[in-house]
Each structure stands twice: as C-alpha cells, then as structure tokens.
Design a protein around this ligand. Structure first.
Ligand code: TA6
Length: 329
C-alpha cells in the first residue's frame, strides 16, 4: 500500500487502518509488506506455518526434523522451543495472552530500556517493544520469520528517537535469534536491550550457570545470598538478579533435574543478566503459580548499563543468540 493522501489509509494488507500521520513515519521499505494476515503470511518458506494463540493473536510455528519453535507476532516473542518433544524454554503456569502484555516465559524482548523507566515517568518496565504487535519485515528468511517494529510504535512522548528494529528467528537447525536495531533519524541516541530468556530447569536449586566465572557483576536482588565465590560457577541458594558486564560469547546452563545442558552462543552482547526470583519475589509477580519459581532461570543476552549501545544516524547494531541443547550424560 502506498502512502494515502487521506487522513487514514488501509494498512499494508487491508483489514486495519492507520492514520496517515503514523504511516508517514513508517520507513518506505516496510510499506506494502508488513502484516501478519493470512494473505501476507503466505510469503513464508518451508517449515513455517501461521497459527494463533488462545487469545486469537497471530503466531508463527517453525519446524524441522527435531525442533518446533513458536513465535508470537505480539512482542516478536519466542514462546516455546521443543527439541525432540522436550520443552527447552519455560512458560508460566498461569500465562495471560492479552494484547499489550507479554506472556511470562519464552524470550520477551527488552527495548529500549532495561528495568524500570529510567526517567521515572511511569513508562513500562523493560521498555515498550514487548508490548507491541510486530509486523512482517519486507524480506523473509529461508526456514524462518522476520518481524519488524518502527518509530510509529512509540507514539506520543514514549520515546523520541527514529528507529527501526527487526528480529529474525530461524531454525538452523538450532534456534537462532538475530536482532537488528537501526537509527533512521538525524541525531545520535543510545538504547538498552535484552533477550530475556526463560529456561526450564526442573529445579533451580540444582541448576548451575557456567562461563561467567570472574566476570564483573552487580547484584540487584533485594534479598540475595550473603556471599558467593565470584570465580565459581553460579549456583542458586537465594533470590538472584545479577548483571554481568563484559561477558564471553558462550554461556552454559546445566539442569541436572532435566538431565540437560543448554549452550548460549552470542554475538554483539556485552552484558548478561541471571535471574531467579525465589519464592518471596515470585509471589508478587503476575502469571506465576506457587511453585513456578523453582522451575525456571532467566539467562538474558543483553547490552545494558555501561554497555548500552549508542548509534549515530544511519548506524545499526546486531545482537545474535544461538541456542543448543544436549543431554548431560
Ligand atoms: O531481568 C531481571 C528482571 O529485571 C527482574 O528484576 C524482574 O523484574 C524480571 O526482570 C521480570 O520483569 P517483568 O517486568 O517481566 O516482570
């Protein structure tokens, strides 16, 4: 669809309408191809099907011989990755599939700030990208899906910077998430980001994270363990909300209760956050059942704080996460 002269024009596929003022801020290359309706969704290669969540919101199901990955258009959120029929990610036992709010689990996207609103203006924690409907990007990868979001998603005074961002999710054959952010404006700005990945562990008290030994970090938890050896693999004995800076490109999660280990291979990530809420904080969080806290740990692939990303006009940054699972024995 080209830019309409009227004050409202059909969206890229017809059933929606968006004001011309909003359309004016959509990058030209996104016009005509950004939507998730069945007609546009026919644009996919093999191994990709369009589905819907319990709330009727569009999802994409990527499959190959051993894997099945589900990606929601809302928030461009990977909700599930099943490898040989075993769920590797984790989803809350009381998930809410409601517009504008992320399901707790899978891989919510944190952008353009991490944590509470840095300006304390009441803007949503962890930014707004996870609360928006992303659209089909103009080009679709083989055996994957690419979704995009632009400045029109930050209406009002939510965030003043001109940006486009794309998340490409593929099975290669393991899951690969490639997240690009581009400055399409005339001023330099910075952003924070995180792939806020929830991993199933069976029992967090027996799980271990390897690869962050000796990496500088700060603990954010309100009731953390009193002391720990920063040179030992990370074990969990209390609420843990640890931000690591200057991280390696390979981190490993060991989950003996599930007889598995998961490798995280990254490019373009200088931070990582490791989080378990423990029962007391978990009781205050939405969508969590009483024993959910024991079943997951978050290992977040990120650029936050001193490693926030700064983009000059026209510049772009790419963050990549590749996941691989193996049996412990
Ligand atoms: O990444 C860890 C964290 O910042 C925790 O402090 C906790 O707030 C978690 O994210 C979940 O945040 P959410 O807004 O998804 O409930």
């Amino acid at each position: 669809m080209t830019r309409g002269a009227t004050d409202a024009t059909a969206c890229w596929c017809g059933p929606l309408t968006i004001p011309a003022t909003t359309l004016a801020r959509v990058p030209d290359r996104a016009l005509g191809k950004a939507c998730v309706c069945p007609a546009c969704a026919g644009a996919f290669g093999d191994g990709v099907e369009l589905a819907a969540d319990p709330g009727g919101r569009p999802q994409f199901v990527l499959t190959n011989a051993d894997d099945r990955l589900t990606l929601a258009a809302d928030g461009a959120q990977v909700l599930s990755w099943r490898h040989r029929s075993r769920e590797i990610l984790w989803q809350a036992s009381a998930p809410e599939f409601a517009p504008g709010k992320p399901v707790r689990g899978g891989v919510p996207l944190v952008f353009p700030w991490f944590g509470d609103d840095p300006e304390r203006r009441g803007r949503p924690a962890h930014g707004f990208a996870r609360n928006r409907r992303w659209l089909l990007a103009p080009g679709q990868p083989a055996n994957g899906v690419s979704l995009c979001l632009g400045s029109q998603s930050a209406d009002g005074d939510l965030w003043p910077h001109a940006f486009t961002t794309e998340l490409e999710v593929r099975l290669t054959p393991n899951p690969e998430l490639r997240w690009r952010v581009r400055n399409v404006g005339a001023t330099t700005w910075s952003f924070e980001q995180a792939l806020h990945t929830y991993f199933a562990v069976g029992d967090v008290t027996t799980a271990e994270v390897r690869g962050l030994e000796g990496v500088p970090h700060e603990e954010q938890a309100s009731e953390p363990e009193r002391a720990w050896d920063p040179h030992a693999p990370l074990r969990f004995v209390a609420e843990t909300d640890r931000i690591f800076q200057g991280v390696p490109d390979r981190i490993e999660l060991v989950a003996p209760a599930l007889d598995r280990r998961v490798e995280l291979h990254t490019d373009g990530a200088r931070s990582a956050i490791v989080w378990t809420p423990w029962p007391k904080k978990a009781a205050r969080l939405a969508q969590l059942g009483s024993n959910d806290w024991r079943r997951f740990v978050c290992i977040e692939t990120a650029n936050v704080g001193c490693n926030a990303v700064t983009l000059a006009p026209g510049a772009a940054h790419e963050l990549t996460l590749r996941l691989r699972v193996a049996d412990l024995r």
